[in-house]
Design a protein around this ligand. Structure first.
Ligand code: HEC
Length: 112
C-alpha cells in the first residue's frame, strides 16, 4: 500500500498547486493571458497578420489618436470591419472578456 499512498499524496499536492495557479491568474490575468483565454490569439498575433491585423499594425495606425482606447474597446466588443480591410472581426461578448480585461488588452495592443 505504500507506493499507492505516495502517488495519491503527489496527485493531491499537484492538484492543489494547479488550483492555486489558476486562482492567481484569474485574479490578476495579464493582458496576454486574457487575450489567450478570450480567443483573440486565434486571429491576432503581436508581429504578424493572421486573420486580423498584428498588434504592431494596430498600434501604428492609432498612434496619437486621443480616443483610440474607447473606440477600439467598443469595436472589439461589437465586432466589425472596414478599418483594415473587408474581413470582419466577430463580436467578443463579456462572457469571453470582461470590460476591465478588454480595456487592458486594447491598452496593451496600442503599446506595441
Ligand atoms: C475571428 C477573428 C478575430 C477574433 C477572434 C478577434 N479579432 Fe480583432 N480583428 C479581426 C479582424 C479581421 C480585424 C480587422 C477589422 C477591420 O478591418 O475593421 C480585427 C481588428 C481588431 C482591432 C482594430 C480594430 C480597428 O477598427 O482598427 C483590435 C484592437 C482588435 N481586433 C482586438 C481584438 C481583441 C482584443 C480580441 C479578443 C477579445 C480580438 N480582436 C478578437 C479578427 C478577430
Amino acid at each position: 500500500m505504500q507506493p499507492r499512498s505516495a502517488i495519491s499524496l503527489f496527485t493531491l499536492t499537484f492538484m492543489l498547486s494547479v488550483t492555486a495557479l489558476v486562482g492567481a491568474s484569474a485574479n490578476a490575468a495579464t493582458p496576454e493571458e486574457s487575450m489567450t483565454k478570450a480567443g483573440c490569439v486565434a486571429c491576432h498575433a503581436k508581429e504578424k497578420k493572421l486573420v486580423g491585423p498584428s498588434y504592431k499594425d494596430i498600434a501604428a495606425r492609432y498612434k496619437g489618436h486621443a480616443n483610440a482606447v474607447a473606440t477600439l474597446t467598443d469595436k472589439v466588443r461589437k465586432g466589425g470591419k472596414g478599418s483594415f480591410g473587408p474581413i470582419p472581426m466577430s463580436p467578443n461578448p463579456p462572457d469571453k472578456i470582461s470590460d476591465a480585461e478588454l480595456k487592458a488588452a486594447v491598452e496593451y495592443i496600442l503599446a506595441q
